[in-house]
Design a protein around this ligand. Structure first.
Ligand SMILES: C[S@@+](CC[C@H](N)C(=O)[O-])C[C@H]1O[C@@H](n2cnc3c(N)ncnc32)[C@H](O)[C@@H]1O
Length: 228
């Protein structure tokens, strides 16, 4: 999956910067759930081209962004300069670059659905977060994932695919859909408490009226804040 983003790094970064789902739906919800960030140590998972990172840094956070796409990490470094740090990392592997109990807020915007097994990463985040620290994330909504699957077995975790239009280029993404209970059980098993669950509305300014309608009326992404 990350090869998809890596292969089209520049085009994806440009698309994500201003696209309706990212700019008017995902980032505002993530920033709101993350709360006051001035002086906070923020670990951003799946930082891509740094679109969300720029807003986290502008809110006063000291951000370390991790992404598997080396091209995206280069792009994010070029775009943000000294405003944030970025490292190439696979979230399926231990986060050896992050000291224990060093992170105030871990942010995972639209990345966890690329991981089949959340257990190892959630254990790592529990280690990296300070006591009372928060994990804020968004994932493709489980209802939409179910509708995109062949609907053989709701209770399994399975790969599904979806076509996206990135500024005129159609690309096919593959991601794991999981049942609602799997989202929350994995957090609870890793020692987190669930603090907020949201299915937000977009902020004003979505240019395409049809996209605006979809964002307002269908289950697009699911948002969770969990506390260590
Ligand atoms: C949808 S993008 C995130 C967009 C970003 N939150 C923003 O607002 O610009 C998903 C990112 O997750 C990264 N990714 C996917 N699987 C990963 C993995 N196993 N380890 C690290 N990064 C991964 C991809 O390379 C991609 O940059």
């Amino acid at each position: 999956m990350s090869e998809l983003f890596g292969e089209h790094a520049e085009r994806y970064a440009d698309y994500a910067e201003n696209s309706g789902p990212n700019a008017h739906y995902d980032r505002p919800a993530i920033l709101r759930l993350a709360g006051g960030l001035a002086g906070k140590q923020v670990l951003e998972l799946g930082s891509a081209g740094g679109g969300l990172t720029a807003q986290l840094a502008a809110a006063g956070a000291e951000v370390l962004g991790l992404d598997r796409g080396a091209d995206l990490v280069q792009l994010a470094r070029k775009r943000l300069g000294a405003r944030a740090r970025f490292e190439t990392a696979d979230l399926n592997e231990p986060l050896t670059m992050v000291p224990s109990a060093s992170t105030d807020v871990a942010v995972a915007s639209l990345v966890l659905h690329y991981l089949e097994d959340w257990g190892p990463l959630l254990a790592e985040l529990h280690r990296c977060l300070k006591p009372g620290g928060t994990l804020v994330f968004s994932v493709h909504h489980p209802i939409t994932g179910w509708l995109r699957s062949d609907r053989t077995d709701y209770h399994r975790v399975e790969l599904i695919s979806e076509d996206w239009d990135w500024n005129g280029k159609t690309v096919t993404g593959r991601m794991y859909r999981r049942p609602v209970s799997a989202v929350f059980t994995s957090l609870l098993e890793a020692g987190f408490a669930i603090d907020a669950v949201e299915e937000p509305q977009p902020t004003p300014g979505v240019e395409d009226p049809e996209l605006d309608r979809i964002l307002r009326t269908t289950p697009v992404f699911l948002y969770v804040r969990a506390v260590r």
